[in-house]
Each structure stands twice: as structure tokens, then as C-alpha cells.
Design a protein around this ligand. Structure first.
Ligand code: HEC
Length: 138
């Protein structure tokens, strides 16, 4: 993708040179469009940043999670996340958690309503990783 863009850039520059002897130094190509998200970011998360995000993103308004001091029960009790992830059998606890945050509709925790948890698809990968770290290894 990048390489194609760079080659296209060089071709354009070459054509624009039109036989001149001027040497055109290639500059870094621009990335067109957005890079695909890795989806399910894991690792390299910072649990203390995740703790702040858990409050600032309103997760504590729906979930019980002892390390966050929250006691809401709209969504599953996240003190039991590891157990739920195992039962869900959707990959590692980290993967399950990241997908649950970015795309909650991908798997609905048994006994809980669909379309209640908002999809946090606009969080940066680092923020998702921070939340995953806080939820899996506070
Ligand atoms: C409006 C309420 C609401 C908010 C806000 C909310 N959730 Fe949820 N969450 C739910 C519900 C309901 C479910 C269960 C249905 C499902 O699986 O989508 C759920 C499921 C989950 C699960 C899977 C839990 C399990 O035990 O299987 C995780 C992890 C999770 N949420 C994390 C978060 C995080 C992190 C945030 C903040 C970024 C958040 N939630 C914000 C309601 C909410």
C-alpha cells in the first residue's frame, strides 16, 4: 500500500521533471486513507491510565468493578470478567475484553441486553489497551 503510493509519487515526479536533468529526491509518501485498526489491541496497556478512562468514559455507570470502586449493575460484574471470558470462548481474556469494548455487539454476555453498551470504537488503540490492562491486571 505504502510502496504503491511511493511508486505512484515517483512516477508523477518523474513525469513532471519532463526530461530535465534535475534530480528529484523522493520525499516520504503520504498515507492515503486511514490505516486499519488492529482491532482487539492487547499488551502495552497502562492500568492506571485505564483506571482514569474507566471513570471518564462512564464505564463505572454500568459496571461493578471493585478496583474502580464502582457498583453499577446495568452490565456484567467485571470482577468476574476472566470467568465470563472463559465461558464465552472468544479468544484470550485480553482479546475478549478489547472486542467487548470496541464492538460490544460481537458477543452478548448471557443474561444481558443487546444494544445497551455503547461501542467505544473511537477510542485510540492505546486507550483500549489501557482499559484492557486495568480490567485484566489492575
Ligand atoms: C450504558 C451501560 C454501559 C456502559 C456505559 C458500558 N457498558 Fe460494558 N456492558 C454493558 C452491558 C449491558 C454489557 C453486556 C452485553 C454485551 O455483552 O454487550 C456489557 C459488557 C461489557 C463487557 C463484557 C463483560 C463480560 O463479563 O462478559 C466488558 C469487558 C465491558 N462491558 C466493558 C466496558 C467498558 C471498559 C466500558 C467503558 C469504556 C463499558 N463497558 C461501558 C453496559 C455498559
Amino acid at each position: 500500500m505504502r510502496r504503491v503510493a511511493l511508486i505512484a509519487l515517483l512516477l508523477v515526479l518523474g513525469a513532471a521533471g519532463c526530461g530535465g536533468s534535475e534530480v528529484v529526491a523522493p520525499t516520504a509518501g503520504t498515507v492515503e486513507g486511514t490505516l486499519p485498526s488492529t482491532g482487539g489491541s492487547t499488551g502495552d496497556g497502562d492500568a492506571s491510565d485505564g483506571k482514569s478512562l474507566f471513570a471518564s468514559q462512564g464505564c463505572n455507570g454500568c459496571h461493578t468493578y471493585t478496583p474502580a470502586g464502582s457498583k453499577a449493575s446495568v452490565g456484567p460484574n467485571l470482577d468476574e470478567l476472566a470467568k465470563h471470558a472463559e465461558a464465552a470462548n472468544q479468544g484470550s481474556v485480553e482479546e475478549y475484553t478489547a472486542v467487548s469494548i470496541e464492538n460490544p455487539g460481537a458477543y452478548i454476555a448471557p443474561g444481558f441486553p443487546e444494544n445497551v453498551m455503547p461501542a467505544y470504537a473511537s477510542l485510540a488503540d492505546q486507550q483500549v489497551a489501557d482499559l484492557v490492562a486495568f480490567l485484566t491486571n489492575p
